[in-house]
Design a protein around this ligand. Structure first.
Ligand code: GLA
Length: 386
């Protein structure tokens, strides 16, 4: 991986890069759409992600090349012109990060040459955009001695996604990518950024991703609509209750106060968020006790809630969950923003082979192609590869 990205850089810029980085994608075990409602999440970094090679320049030019989009060639812009430009395509994540660092008065004097190469499927629900933003935050910090810590990198990346790119996402993806460590998931309280690492037993159990291959972009999906619906529901409840976030509601609070919301859709959204938040705490305990049977059941409940109450699933995701459960998975759910992307499946190590073979047969029968199956393990967050 290291040598490959160095050679891509060399072929692009005709000299060797100074530094090499890796920024991972992420999987969230449970806690769907709780992060922008002040709730808990349980994500981990995976070993698919973006490799990068970079060298600082002596002028103010930024050059960006992606081996995934070779036809675009090198995208260039100056540190003095960092405003959003549609034509800049994915490089808006680079200019957006630099724009935000400038706005926060970080002194970025020199540009850089950058080559990246990723193996995260686009729209696979594995957070390629957060991986790219946190990568640029880390590179800018290292090249300019900004000493940004994990939380700072995550918060700045989230601002870029919210304001510059236009997705009203929460902090989960950026936070785990900036702070992830090997072998652990992060139990994060998104209302105050308190977090704990939780070990994941990947010896006896496998975390299996299945890509629906239904690509969607968060900006085009109903993600922002869901964010707004929950914000509207919160406003109604705040007239009656002293709460800052929907996730401040216990299940009893929910039962006693949901009467204040008349709109049926908003009621469903709140119900999902409150019960999902509760499930995250139960899932953390299950994970700590290696109780993957309970964890699996919670995953299925979370999927059903995402489908019926939050209405962010798709026919294909539902089908993938159904097939997985019939093939012996302990639990299966859609992950990420929804409307496509991947499912996460928990499979006993002793049953992995049978699961994959049975799943593949059934998938092929229905979709006439082979499924895209990846086994993932919690890995380190964004880092320089020395
Ligand atoms: C996307 C967002 C996250 C989170 C998830 C849903 O990945 O970027 O902030 O809201 O969707 O849980």
């Amino acid at each position: 991986m290291n040598e490959k990205i160095k050679s891509i850089f060399n072929k692009t810029y005709n000299y060797n890069p100074k530094r090499v980085y890796f920024s991972p994608g992420r999987v969230n075990i449970i806690g769907g759409h709780t992060d922008y409602n002040g709730g808990f999440v349980l994500p981990f970094c995976i070993d698919l992600g973006i490799s990068a090679a970079v060298s600082k320049r002596k002028d103010r030019i930024i050059n960006v090349y992606s081996a995934n989009l070779p036809k675009r060639g090198i995208i260039s812009f100056s540190l003095d012109h960092l405003e959003y430009k549609k034509s800049r395509n994915f490089a808006n994540y680079v200019s957006g990060m630099l724009y935000e660092l400038n706005a926060r008065k970080f002194d970025i004097k020199f540009g850089f040459d950058l080559a990246i190469s990723g193996n995260l499927p686009r729209g696979g629900g594995l957070s390629s955009s957060a991986a790219l933003l946190v990568l640029i935050a880390k590179i800018a910090s290292d090249l300019n001695n900004l000493h940004l810590d994990g939380l700072k990198m995550a918060l700045i990346s989230k601002t870029v996604e919210n304001k510059y790119i236009g997705v009203s996402c929460g902090i989960m993806d950026q936070f785990v990518i900036a702070n992830g460590i090997k072998g652990k998931a992060i139990y994060l309280n998104s209302s105050n950024y308190d977090y704990e690492y939780v070990s994941v037993d990947t010896k006896n159990f496998n975390m299996v991703l299945i890509n629906s291959n239904e690509t969607r972009k968060l900006t085009e999906s109903k993600y922002n609509v869901r964010q707004k619906e929950t914000a509207d529901a919160l406003k109604i409840l705040q007239k009656h209750l002293d709460i800052t976030y929907l996730c401040d509601l216990s299940i009893d609070d929910f039962k006693n106060n949901i009467k204040f919301i008349n709109n049926k859709t908003l009621k469903k959204r709140v119900e999902h968020v409150v019960y999902e938040n509760h499930r995250v705490a139960l899932a953390k305990t299950a994970l700590e006790h290696n109780d993957f049977e309970t964890l699996g059941k919670l995953l299925v409940e979370a999927h059903m809630s995402a489908r019926n109450l939050y209405e962010i699933s798709s026919a294909k995701l539902d089908q993938l969950v159904k097939i997985a459960l019939s093939c012996g998975s302990l639990g299966s759910k859609m992950i990420g923003g929804g409307f496509g992307g991947s499912t996460l499946n928990i499979v006993k190590a002793t049953e992995l082979k049978t699961f994959i073979s049975n799943f593949s047969i059934e998938y092929k029968r229905i979709y006439h192609s082979d499924p895209i199956i990846t086994i993932v393990k919690p890995t380190m967050g964004v880092s320089e590869i020395k």
